[in-house]
Write a protein that binds this ligand. Structure first.
Ligand SMILES: NC(=O)c1ccc[n+]([C@@H]2O[C@H](COP(=O)([O-])OP(=O)(O)OC[C@H]3O[C@@H](n4cnc5c(N)ncnc54)[C@H](OP(=O)(O)O)[C@@H]3O)[C@@H](O)[C@H]2O)c1
Length: 276
């Protein structure tokens, strides 16, 4: 995507996600002098300033006042206090685009925290965003313009792929698949590693073998137009050794296990949303 018309964008919280998103934006050609970041302590701000020559502050409201776009990037449990301070000290919040990357807190809650008339986009990035290979789910309220959406899509394209979803319920599903997904894949990879070790393989070599196989399979899936199930069939010769292994997974009903896992994670997302 080409660089959109620059807007002054303020990131509240200079944690891991902000550092990755800002890094991706600058790498994609976004002017650093339009980026502002605030954080209570200095170390991360100093690193960001040194790396990108952007604006930093210890005062959230100070940078939020100057910005046209405010990205709320603090932990969910701090969000109410951070928003209360912004709502008290930043005039015209309803003329700015508000973006939150926090899990669990829904748009109507931000209207209560900040201002009933805000324009809002919620983004759910996943952890591989920290290495530029993320999936970010995005949902906009009906006040967000096409230009607002394109701007935020650009910001998150820098850390991986962006996927617009229809509503916040779908964002919970995306969280349960893409947000929790890295843990599911690690669990599966670790179990394959343990199996190799149980049969006598060296621990480190087993890890190298499993992770490169995961990367290779993901790359083949990305490069192929085939359905994932057809890709699986393509690498499974009838009567061969892979078919024997697959039979074991299918006997345990791997589809049902995945569906149960995703349903459990969605239910937990919805329970946690009630805490805010
Ligand atoms: N990391 C992920 O994979 C991931 C994925 C999806 C969504 N998210 C969401 O993204 C948000 C940020 O996550 P993260 O991983 O970047 O967390 P993080 O690394 O812990 O960063 C949070 C930052 O907020 C700062 N902070 C604390 N109190 C603040 C305040 N009052 N005002 C401004 N900043 C304050 C912290 O500063 P100090 O360290 O100085 O206290 C820290 O630098 C969270 O809501 C998280 O749920 C993260």
């Amino acid at each position: 995507m080409s660089t959109p018309t620059p807007r002054k964008i303020a990131f509240i919280g200079a944690g891991n996600m902000t550092q990755s998103i800002v890094g991706g934006m600058v790498k994609s050609g976004y002017p650093a002098d339009h980026i502002f970041v605030s954080n209570p302590s200095d170390a991360k701000l100093n690193t960001l300033k040194e790396r990108h020559q952007l604006h930093v502050s210890n005062d959230n409201a100070e940078i939020a006042q100057q910005a046209e776009v405010i990205v709320l990037a603090v932990k969910p449990q701090l969000m109410a206090d951070v928003c209360a301070d912004l709502s008290r000290r930043v005039p015209n919040l309803d003329s700015k685009l508000i973006v939150s990357i926090a899990a669990g807190i829904r748009i109507p809650k931000y209207r209560q925290y900040l201002n009933e008339n805000i324009t809002m986009i919620r983004v759910m990035p996943n952890t591989p965003s920290l290495v530029g290979e993320g999936v970010s789910g995005l949902v906009a309220d009906d006040r967000a313009s096409a230009a607002d959406k394109a701007f935020i899509e650009f910001a998150f394209d820098g850390v991986g792929q962006t996927l617009w979803v229809a509503d916040e319920d779908e964002l919970d599903i995306l969280g349960a698949v893409a947000g929790s997904g890295p843990a599911y894949f690690f669990e599966f990879m670790a179990s394959l590693q343990k199996a190799a070790v149980a049969l006598g393989f060296d621990h480190e070599k087993a890890r190298a073998m499993v992770q490169q196989t995961a990367l290779g399979a993901a790359t083949m899936a990305i490069d192929s137009d085939l359905e994932l199930e057809d890709l699986r069939k393509q690498v499974t010769s009838k009567g061969g050794s892979t078919a024997k292994g697959i039979e074991v997974y299918q006997a345990a009903d791997i589809d049902d296990i995945s569906e149960q896992a995703v349903r459990a994670a969605v239910a937990r997302n919805q329970e946690m949303a009630k805490l805010f």
